[in-house]
Design a protein around this ligand. Structure first.
Ligand code: ZN
Length: 296
């Protein structure tokens, strides 16, 4: 444990939390799993709700956070950041805590995703959803200057099944389109969801796992589209849940599905995918054909 904040501290932390109590908190903290540590920090650190006239927008910097530890009697005490961090065993000047929290959240996300993949309810579909990076057609590796035809961009939104058990495993759904039909703005991505949802008309509940790309996955267009689908009496689906991975820690079935599409493109003669029809066939034969390809 590091040195506590000392007698000059305005919050008088050592008077609130005894050294014995500090050791207990410290020892307990280091027996915790990442998820438990994260929960502990989440519970003990909160954002201060004061309005400062100098800052119209609430600051999210460290200064605006309030730190607590419970004393010998279990009462939460308001303490300073340095005391909080040194009690847990972190250096108050480094960012390890932030990193721990991030890592804890990433672990919690993976755990939650794996648990979802084991679910067996028949009226529930669980998919990981991702937009593949743009594919330029014709795609002819090694041929850079000889092709004078105008190239078009093809898009592919993957709705990969997240389930592992063969009894509940479904085919993945690939929604594809090209720039002649639409671009890759929020509207098109939202349309891709509608198209994919139509493929499972008997399903009442949907869980989509997404990465944290704000433009694609966290926009009002997508959210309002999904709200209108859920409220449409002609649609079976009554519940859509979006779940997001911690940034930089995305690990989902859509990634491996898209890797399968990349491999299938390389497997073509000369790695050539000449037009949209070719691309459609490549996606359809990728991943051992366990996919339903549908055009937007
Ligand atoms: Zn202090």
């Amino acid at each position: 444990m590091g040195k506590p904040c000392g007698e000059t501290c305005r919050k008088k932390c050592p008077e609130k939390i005894s050294e014995e109590r500090q050791s207990v908190v410290h020892r307990t903290y280091w027996t915790m799993t990442y998820m438990e540590k994260w929960t502990f920090i989440f519970t003990m650190v909160s954002q201060r709700a004061i309005k400062r006239h100098t800052a119209p927008v609430p600051s999210r910097r460290g200064e605006s956070l309030v730190y607590h530890l419970t004393d010998d009697l279990g009462r939460p005490q308001d303490i300073c950041k340095a005391f909080f961090l040194t009690t847990l065993g972190y250096h108050p000047k480094n960012d390890r805590l932030k990193w721990e929290e991030h890592k804890g959240r990433a672990e919690a996300g993976r755990h939650h995703y794996r648990a979802d993949a084991e679910r067996k309810e028949a009226d529930l579909t669980i998919r990981s959803v991702d937009l593949q990076k743009v594919i330029m057609l014709p795609r002819m590796p090694g041929v850079k200057t000889a092709v004078f035809t105008k190239r078009i961009s093809a898009f592919h939104e993957t709705f990969a099944t997240a389930r592992k058990k063969s009894a509940t495993k479904k085919k993945s759904i690939s929604v594809i389109w090209h720039e002649g039909i639409a671009g890759r703005k929020a509207e098109e991505v939202a349309s891709a969801y509608i198209t994919a949802l139509w493929k499972e008309r008997n399903i009442t509940r949907v869980i989509c796992w997404l990465d944290n790309c704000t433009a694609q996955n966290k926009n009002w267009c997508l959210l309002t589209t999904l709200v209108s689908v859920v409220n449409d009496p002609t649609q079976a689906v009554k519940e859509v849940t979006l779940k997001y991975f911690e940034p930089g820690h995305t690990f989902m079935s859509a990634d491996s599905f898209q890797h399968g599409v990349e491999l299938e493109m390389k497997r073509q003669s000369g790695g050539a995918v000449l037009d949209f029809e070719d691309f459609r066939n490549v996606v359809a034969s990728s991943n051992s054909g366990k996919v339903e390809v549908v055009e937007l």
